[in-house]
Design a binder for this molecule. Structure first.
Ligand SMILES: NC(=O)C1=CN([C@@H]2O[C@H](COP(=O)(O)OP(=O)(O)OC[C@H]3O[C@@H](n4cnc5c(N)ncnc54)[C@H](O)[C@@H]3O)[C@@H](O)[C@H]2O)C=CC1
Ligand SMILES: O=C(O)CCC(=O)C(=O)O
Length: 297
């Protein structure tokens, strides 16, 4: 669906209390053909938008690429020398989100001994595995790049599974940290996990249909744009003058926001996806009302 990533970023900002709209650029190309010239051309295009859109790091755009883009535009965040890049703090937010889901589901603050399946071991997935390993979680991992899976096995004692097997594992938590659209009518019937809590944007192929399918199976879904807001929080702080302590403090709010969303879903009998959407839209409407009042005053 057109603009779904951008809308997700808008909801992400609203749920994280960040006073910004949402936008995302997708470059349709083969990452193997990526060159500095192409990245610089993209940077010039972003610059031509005069700050109406600010770009950053994401899938197949590395911190080095961000540095190259920054040679052509001021409107880029996630620059290593400033905020250190968004992925580590995104993974911290996802880790805190997993804790919130465990608390909501099992009234427990402990993760040790739990079985977690992590799909995708890139910038976020690998860092998430580190947090989980430090809390004695038993990890099951998959990546289409076998070298990344081997690294997780070596560093975190993870069990490697084939990418197609990750959905059907008998685990407590499934953490999608690769690409979007992976929660769909083909994969959901296989899921055995009680909780879904991961970083990937747009995890639900069809938001209404697939959030309801998860709810019917009794699976607690942590809305992606709430749990993965750590990177956005970090880059927003980079925009306004980076203060690491402040950014980390704000990321810890993801825990309470998710608990509040799980409560709204329970009390109102709606899916967690709808509860998050209501929270985001209420905040956006309030923001608009306050802006109108400020202009009128
Ligand atoms: N980097 C960040 O701070 C944030 C990332 N996200 C989202 O989190 C997800 C992961 O982001 P990054 O780690 O930065 O990306 P990345 O590009 O570093 O890692 C993605 C990993 O997924 C693997 N992968 C791709 N298809 C797969 C499949 N079918 N099965 C298993 N592994 C597969 C890739 O080989 C790669 O290792 C993306 O959806 C991204 O949009 C969301 C918020 C912030
Ligand atoms: O927007 C960024 O640069 C970092 C966060 C991010 O990529 C996302 O939330 O999808």
């Amino acid at each position: 669906m057109r603009f779904r990533l951008s809308r997700g970023m808008t909801y992400k900002a609203a749920c994280a209390n960040i006073p910004a709209g949402g936008g995302k650029a997708v470059i349709i190309a083969n990452p193997e053909n990526k060159t500095d010239d192409l990245l610089r051309a993209y940077g010039r295009f972003v610059e031509s938008l005069n700050g109406r859109f600010i770009t950053g790091q994401d899938v197949n755009i590395t911190p080095d690429d961000v540095r190259t883009i920054s040679q052509e535009t001021r409107y880029v965040v996630g620059v290593s020398e400033k905020s250190g890049g968004p992925a580590p703090i995104t993974s911290l937010g996802v880790f805190l989100g997993i804790k919130a889901a465990v608390e909501s589901r099992w009234q427990s603050k402990r993760l040790d001994g739990m079985k977690v399946a992590v799909q995708g071991l890139g910038n976020v997935g690998k860092n998430l595995c580190r947090h989980l390993h430090e809390h004695d979680v038993k990890l099951f991992v998959s990546d289409v790049d076998p070298a990344k899976a081997e690294e997780a096995k070596r560093l975190f004692g993870a069990t490697i599974v084939e990418p197609s097997e990750i959905y059907s594992l008998d685990v407590d938590i499934f953490s999608p940290c690769a690409l979007g659209g992976i929660l769909n009518s083909h994969t959901i019937p296989f899921l055995q996990a009680s909780i879904i809590a991961g970083a990937a944007n747009n995890q639900l192929e069809n938001e209404q249909l697939h959030s309801q399918m998860l709810a019917k199976k009794g699976i607690l879904y942590s809305p992606d744009y709430v749990i993965n807001a750590g990177g956005l929080i970090n880059v927003y702080n980079e925009m306004i003058g980076y203060d690491e302590e402040k950014a980390f403090k704000q990321v810890h709010n993801i825990y309470d926001t998710l608990l509040a969303i799980f409560d709204i879903a329970n009390q109102q009998g709606v899916t967690t996806n709808d509860a998050a959407k209501r929270l985001a839209e209420d905040r956006i409407q309030n923001g608009k009302r306050n802006k109108t009042k400020a202009i009128a005053a």
